[in-house]
Design a protein around this ligand. Sequence first.
Ligand SMILES: Cc1cc2nc3c(=O)[nH]c(=O)nc-3n(C[C@H](O)[C@H](O)[C@H](O)COP(=O)(O)OP(=O)(O)OC[C@H]3O[C@@H](n4cnc5c(N)ncnc54)[C@H](O)[C@@H]3O)c2cc1C
Length: 253
Amino acid sequence: MTTRAQRYDAVVTRREQLSPHLVRLSLSVPGLESTGTLDEWVGLVAPGQFQVRYYTVRSLEGSDLVVDVVLHEVGLVTEWVSADCAGDALVVTGAQGSFSPPPNAEWLLLVGDLTAMPAMARICEATALPTRVWAEVPDDLSGYLPDGTDVTWLEPPAEGRSRLAEVVEGIDWPAGDGYFWMAGESAQMRAIRKHLMRVRRLPNAAYDVMGYWRAVTALQPRVVDPGPIWRAGKAAGKSDEQIWAEYDEARGG
Ligand SMILES: Cc1cc2nc3c(=O)[nH]c(=O)nc-3n(C[C@H](O)[C@H](O)[C@H](O)COP(=O)(O)OP(=O)(O)OC[C@H]3O[C@@H](n4cnc5c(N)ncnc54)[C@H](O)[C@@H]3O)c2cc1C
């Protein structure tokens, strides 16, 4: 199958349960190269699936890739990783990243939910800048960030929306120039971008706020079988790009 991004064959070499909601997968991915960007991510296509899901590179040494996967209620990757998947073959797409503090940054503020922990840990390990972290996580991850990290642990509300947007609005901002990085549920991230632009009036280069997942109610990818769309598209001479765009549209965008 030809594709939109560079793809690599991979094998799961180890599965380790780090906490009730977090599973570490070690993968062997010959050919995969790091971009060097601290929040870089790859796409995973779970065995037997077509859809890509994105995961942060927790580490990449040679062909040994480590990703930390959050288990939530339902989901393609969640279901695959919930069982023992060591030895499984999958596809990994090329790495990309966006963390880019300006050269004059004197400090970092990092905010995120459990899905952001791998990126925040990697950034904390690598940066020399004074860094503060706010992490909204359901598990005890006290050993996950490097020793001495200045972190505020926030418990996710039992029901309803994350409180991260509220937390960011209450941050006592450090003096001088710095860089704000945040990732989590998309609606929260939209609210934060507005706050940073309209209230804090930060220039674009001073922050990076990414929606890592969308709170939708259904398990979309199982609803539409890609097979017929793929075959019909191929028969009509369409490009892979067009076929997958049609598939995404059929799933509701
Ligand atoms: C750049 C980038 C980096 C990311 N890095 C990581 C990472 O390192 N580790 C990680 O675990 N995730 C990471 N994510 C988020 C991850 O891609 C999504 O959570 C993804 O939807 C999970 O796939 P799934 O197949 O398990 O669930 P899906 O099949 O995509 O979703 C099924 C259902 O679960 C809900 N859902 C999806 N994600 C979550 C969640 N996190 N919490 C609660 N409900 C959810 C959906 O709303 C939907 O209803 C990253 C995303 C991006 C864009």
